[in-house]
Design a protein around this ligand. Structure first.
Ligand SMILES: [Zn+2]
Length: 300
């Protein structure tokens, strides 16, 4: 591994087993011990919002290859690495890419990553504890409309230690408010990356539910053309009629509120009406939990 231009270097490891390749990273300046702030950065709405609204004020942008991008998906990882490098170069921060096989651990494979990934994010902070004092995790949901999720404003700070504070950032804003706040930024317009369905080798697919709600929100504020990384694969009204938008009910409500009378607003409202006729997965889960609680109470 090359030495850091600033002198120090660190070679962190998050779980290695059975001869799998060592899990390594780039280099971090160890001289600034304990004073740096790292932001977990993917190029998405949440992490761009944390970076550009100045609330988080990071020194380091950290991308973890092996979490949302599979460890063997080198092409996509290279694309995200280039994105993080470029954004770091333009924001006066430094880029750090970690590679980890943590998700291949038997315990992690037996769990739902969406529900437990907060511990994996916090582990990055502790891994870098020789170099940083704060790790900022951008919120996925707002304080007002949160759902059970592995990273949460009520939980993330509990992963802190005396060496590293884990901070959840951005839960005061909903996803649409974040999009409105960052859409005018040229950096966002060149690099925004929201797609995790991996339907295309790199970049955004322009068709999946997450791409769809993001493009619809941008269209509602007249900024879709400006964002070069997102192009609808089909007309937005058609994309908004697809299945799979159930988990995006709240962003759909938010983008309807932006302009209920537009074609996108009407299509999103219609989608919400269709979904309202079906129970959501969360509602079914709550009903099952409720029955289980009553059953246990009855048996006592
Ligand atoms: Zn997509």
């Amino acid at each position: 591994m090359a030495a850091s231009p600033l002198g120090g270097e660190v070679k962190p490891t998050l779980y290695v087993e059975n001869g799998l390749p060592a899990v390594t990273s780039g280099t971090v300046d160890l001289d600034a011990r304990g004073r740096r702030t790292a932001l977990l950065f993917t190029g998405g709405v949440d992490s761009f919002h944390a970076l550009l609204t100045r609330g988080a004020r990071p020194d380091l942008l950290v991308f973890v290859h092996g979490y949302d991008v599979a460890l063997d998906d080198r092409r996509r990882a290279e694309s995200v690495t280039a994105l993080v490098d470029e954004v770091a170069g333009e924001t006066g921060t430094r880029a750090l890419v970690l590679r980890t096989n943590l998700r291949e651990h038997a315990l992690l494979r037996a769990t739902d990553w969406e529900q437990v990934h907060g511990g994996g994010l916090a582990a990055v902070g502790h891994l870098l504890s020789a170099s940083i004092a704060r790790l900022v995790v951008a919120s996925s949901f707002s304080r007002r409309y949160h759902v059970p999720w592995g990273s949460h404003f009520r939980i993330d700070h509990l992963w802190s230690s005396r060496a590293v504070r884990i901070e959840h950032f951005g839960e005061h804003a909903n996803r649409t408010q974040k999009i409105v706040a960052i859409a005018h930024e040229p950096l966002v317009q060149r690099h925004l990356r929201v797609c995790w369905e991996n339907r295309t080798p790199t970049g955004n697919c322009g068709a999946c539910p997450k791409c769809t709600v993001t493009m619809a929100a941008l269209a509602q504020i007249g900024m879709l053309e400006a964002v070069q990384t997102l192009r609808p694969a089909r007309p937005l009204a058609e994309l908004l009629a697809q299945d799979g938008l159930e988990r995006f009910r709240q962003p759909l409500r938010e983008l309807v509120a932006l302009d209920p009378g537009s074609a996108v607003g009407r299509a999103a409202a219609e989608r919400l009406r269709v979904m309202a006729r079906r129970p959501s997965a969360n509602r079914v889960r709550r009903l099952v939990d409720d029955v289980a609680v009553r059953w246990h109470a009855h048996r006592r």
